[in-house]
Design a binder for this molecule. Structure first.
Ligand code: PEP
Length: 250
């Protein structure tokens, strides 16, 4: 079923003790509140188990920010989907533009990551989105169509377990947000692409998040759009004061 989700992506920020106090602070702030969305925090690998053990994971889901494209074995430095699941995390952010750009993630690496995440019961938050030159050249629809194809080997049932995050790269960490109209336009397009592949019911059920400089000021307008089901938030997820009003934007 389509859900509203506000997910934080802490990226490579916070020491273990800082991360724990941020997670506990959010946990405290949400106590007793009835929320209109699910809340997820995407923490560094080193923090996952401690965070999952110290918050109410029925209220706040824990996400990793990547996983290995192999199940197990001689892959020094990698962290598998099974290891992530064993920490109590329930989500994994995959295909973030920073990983695509800086670590050269491609369809070839992302497809097995998605498959392994699903096999281990993790919900992939699969990121797609165009860079500025592609937007300026009117290529953004084609870019997301191509990125979505990496998911289209999945059965309809497995596709139903994926969360999509549309993140225009030019809006990530730049303070430039897509307008609510721009977000709605492309989210509706993504939903049409899903409907074409898997049918209208699957498309209607799919959660599509917006990401890119989302904050307390712009969140209300964005989530008011019919095809925007929440957000993936970087910078503003690093403090409870900034993250909470986004969660409360629904
Ligand atoms: C992100 O990293 O996914 C993101 C959206 O970052 P920010 O909110 O800082 O633009």
């Amino acid at each position: 079923m389509r859900k509203n989700i506000i997910a934080g992506n802490w990226k490579m920020n916070t020491s273990l003790s800082e991360g724990l106090s941020l997670a506990k602070g959010l946990n405290e702030a949400l106590k007793g509140k009835t929320l209109k969305c699910d809340v997820v925090i995407g923490a560094p690998f080193t923090h996952l188990a401690s965070i999952a053990a110290s918050i109410d994971t029925n209220k706040i889901g824990v996400a990793a920010q990547n996983c290995a494209n192999k199940a197990q074995g001689a892959f020094t430095g990698e962290v598998s989907a099974a290891m992530i699941a064993s920490t109590g995390a329930r989500y994994v952010i995959l295909g973030h533009s920073e990983r695509r750009q800086l670590y050269h993630e491609t369809s070839e690496t992302l497809k097995p990551k998605v498959r392994l995440a699903l096999e281990n019961g993790l919900t992939p938050i699969f990121c797609i989105g165009e860079v500025l030159s592609e937007r300026e050249n009117g290529m953004h629809f084609q870019v997301v169509d191509k990125q979505m194809e990496d998911l289209f080997d999945l059965s309809s049932e497995d596709f139903g377990k994926i969360v999509i995050a549309y993140e225009p790269v030019w809006a990530i960490g730049t303070g430039k947000t897509a307008t609510a109209e721009q977000a709605q336009e492309i989210h509706a397009h993504i939903r049409r692409v899903i409907a074409h592949k898997y049918g209208p019911e699957r498309a209607n059920d799919c959660t599509i998040l917006y990401g890119g400089s989302m904050n307390a000021e712009n969140a209300k307008d964005l989530v008011a759009k019919p095809d925007v089901d929440g957000g993936l938030i970087g910078g503003a997820s690093l403090s409870v004061e900034k993250f909470l009003p986004i969660i409360e934007a629904f």
